[in-house]
Each structure stands twice: as C-alpha cells, then as structure tokens.
Design a protein around this ligand. Structure first.
Ligand SMILES: Cc1ncc(COP(=O)(O)O)c(C=O)c1O
Length: 409
C-alpha cells in the first residue's frame, strides 16, 4: 500500500504555493507555523459568513455552528484514536499547559515529585516547574550537552515511588529528535506517574495514535498542523476525573469546558475539522475511499516517507560541513525534518538575513527552548538558525536551501 506522495496534489491544497507573492521562495519555518490548508480556511470563512452566532441553540444558524464544532471533536478523535470527549481545543499549547498545571493541583500533594526536561520548549516546562511554589518537588532530566539528546537512563535515575508526573517532548523543536515516547510512558506508568507529552513539534509530521503512544495527556498546536491558531489536547478519560475544574463552578460537569476557562473561539474550533478533511483528501487521493480504520497511519506514513526522502540530501550536505555545527543527531531514523545549525563564521540572525535574498524563509533564536540552547553551550542572544520543513516541501526547495547556504556560509 506504500505510494509516493503526489506533491502537485498536496501543494494545490495550500494557497501560498499559487500566490505570486511567494514565487521563488522556499519556506523553512514550518516548526514555527505551517501554512494553513484550503479546507481550514474555507471552514473559517464559512463559519464567519454563515454561522457567526452562539452555538448549540435550537435555531438553524446556531445548531449548524454547534455541529461544525462537534465535527472537529469527532474527526480529531478518529485521527488520534481516542474518544471525542478526550479531545480539547484551547487558545494555545502554552495556555493549555498553564491551565493543566493548575488543574493538577487537584491531586498533586506537597512532596510529590515531578520530572521535567531541559529539552522542552518552555510551554511544557515552566508551568510544571512553577508547581514547586506549592511544595511539589521538581526534578530536571537533563540532555547530553553535546547533542541535546535525552537518554532513557536519565529518566530511570530520577523515577521513584514519589514520582507523580513525568513531562517530556515527543520531538524537540531544535534537536529534531523523535523521542521513544512509548518506552518512556511505560517506565513512568510503572511507578504510577501521569505522563504529559508535548507533541507540538511532532504532530505536523502526521498525527500519532495516542493509545499506541501510551501517554495520558498529549498537547499540540494546530497552527503547526495546517490549521487555525489554536492549541489542541488529548486528556485521557481516567486522568480527567483527577483534574480540578478550572472553569466557572457551574461548568464542572461540562467536559469540554472544565479545563478550558477561556470562552472557546468557536470559529477556530469549527475550522479545526478542516485539518481532518485535508488528511481525508490526502488519503482518498492516494488510496481511494476504503479502509477508514487506517487513514491516520497511512497519511502519517505517507508524510514521513516524503520528508525522509528530502531530509537525506539536506543532512548529508550539512553533517560533514566544517563551517557549521548541526544540532542534534545526524541520523535520519528518529529525526523530524527540523534542523538547527550554528555557523562558525556568521551569527544565526545574520545568516537568516542573508538567506532572504536567496528566497529562503527561515528563523533564528532559541525558539523558547532557552534551557536547551543554554545547556548546549549556544549563546541565547543569537541562538541557532533553524530550517524546518514538512511533507509539502519539494526537492527544489531543498536544492535552493543548499545552494543558498553554500554561498552564504
Ligand atoms: C515544541 C513546542 N512546544 C510548545 C510550543 C508552544 O505552542 P503555542 O505557541 O501553541 O503555545 C511550541 C511553539 O513553538 C513548540 O515548538
């Protein structure tokens, strides 16, 4: 059933690829935020044009608005292999983890231990670390300073019967390493801890099967998965019961409200379903309409195979280049196409600026993974130059980047 990704079809789903303003430019800031697909943009516009009212009342526009929102819960549940009541949309991942940390205070007690990493984006770190103010004991699982990797041994050394919460990234937004989440979740569960994984830098490369991963809470951001600017979360049913209501007191029994105190952005929640419609379109274009069950895995594998094929030439160009340091491992197997470098003779901001004239859209800095950047001995002020791509990136984009780097390094 393996097939190559039809890139012409894929790129037709994203307006920038036919926008003359983007002509000649290659986009390498996808880990910052991907392009939104037509399906999402259409749903957002439709919501604003036809159903911009309070949802879930009996009149036509309102019930249609509610239905559009429900479609998002249902289709995300399908793609993530969980129940619709386990899917949540909130303003952003940073906001969602902040609220989650407050909600955790419902069952964490002073003296309970929390494991955080210094590989994470601050969104999956700071909120948990602040629980120390309430007497919880925060332990840091540290990366190897050479390559930014987290070793399983490090987790094992920190786990104890007091560990109640373990948090880590599915994939780092700088190191690009895809972590062995399944193995780590199993180890954490053996001591009875709850597991929170940050999937923000992973989910754009294909939605994971949450049951297979074995985590209790999985957070990610839709604006990096071709969707609107919203955070999404899976909170497994068993865990939800332990979380303290963070919404108005009368919303305690409203499953989709109790951990999202902000009033929902109805239009964006409704638009999220467009991401699933995009995945459906990709699936049907490549495999036909059958096999509903395996859609998620098939789309995920299609994306991943395409990304890997393009990562190979870029990594082989970068890894032996003496003018730069590649951050993280140069092995492709467990690598997302998120590559950070530090050039020897030019600062990251200057390099990114110079690349603009070659049509390269990229970014620099610490990307809110400041603890990781510092641990690896990289200056925070200038940080890394990051080139991140996804399945819609073409061979020509990669060639353009390599040629540009060749001239500017
Ligand atoms: C790995 C990772 N985690 C969390 C976040 C925070 O996401 P949000 O912007 O939705 O708060 C980001 C954002 O860049 C990220 O890259």
């Amino acid at each position: 059933m393996s097939k190559p990704l039809d890139l012409d079809f894929i790129r037709k789903q994203f307006p920038p690829f036919s926008n003359p303003d983007f002509k000649g430019q290659a986009f390498f800031e996808n880990a910052g935020g991907s392009f939104a697909c037509n399906q999402v943009i259409d749903r957002l516009c439709t919501y604003y044009k036809e159903t911009k009212v309070q949802p879930y009342y009996p009149y036509a526009a309102s019930s249609k608005a509610g239905q559009a929102m429900d479609e998002s819960y249902t289709s995300f549940a399908h793609y993530l292999n969980v129940k619709p009541d386990e899917v949540f949309f909130g303003p952003s991942t940073s906001q969602n983890t902040y609220v989650l940390a407050q909600a955790m205070r419902g069952y964490l007690k002073p003296g309970d231990e929390i494991i955080v990493t210094n590989q994470d984006h601050e969104a999956n770190s700071g909120a948990w670390r602040r629980l120390a103010e309430f007497g919880m004991v925060v332990k840091e699982w540290q990366v190897e300073t050479e390559n930014g990797q987290l070793q399983t041994q490090g987790l094992k050394a920190l786990l104890s019967d007091k560990t109640k919460l373990v948090t880590f990234p599915h994939c780092s937004n700088i190191v690009g390493e895809i972590n062995p989440v399944k193995e780590w979740a199993k180890l954490a569960h053996e001591v009875g801890a709850t597991v929170v994984a940050d999937g923000v830098s992973y989910a754009g490369h294909g939605f994971p099967d949450i049951v297979d991963l074995g985590v209790d809470i999985y957070v990610f951001s839709l604006y990096k998965t071709y969707g609107p600017h919203q955070g999404a979360m899976v909170i497994r049913e068993e865990i939800m019961h332990n979380l303290k209501n963070q919404s108005h007191f009368f919303n305690d029994s409203e499953i989709h409200k109790r951990i999202i105190p902000a009033g929902p952005d109805h239009a964006q929640v409704a638009a999220a379903h467009g991401v699933s419609q995009y995945f459906d379109a990709v699936f049907e274009h490549h495999f036909g309409k059958d096999d509903q069950e395996n859609r998620g895995r098939a789309v995920h594998n299609l994306f991943r195979a395409s990304e890997k094929a393009r990562l190979e030439p870029l990594m082989s160009y970068l890894k032996d280049n003496t003018k730069l340091r590649v951050i993280g491992s140069s092995h492709l197997e467990n690598r997302a196409p998120t590559i950070a470098i530090v050039a020897k003779n030019v600062s990251s901001p200057e390099l990114v600026k110079r690349l603009v004239k070659h049509g390269i859209m990229s970014g620099y800095g610490h990307f809110y993974a400041a603890r990781l950047v510092e641990a690896m001995g990289i200056k925070l002020e200038t940080g890394v130059a990051r080139f991140s791509f996804v399945h819609y990136t073409s061979d020509a984009d990669i060639k353009q980047l390599i040629e540009a780097l060749e001239q500017e390094l």
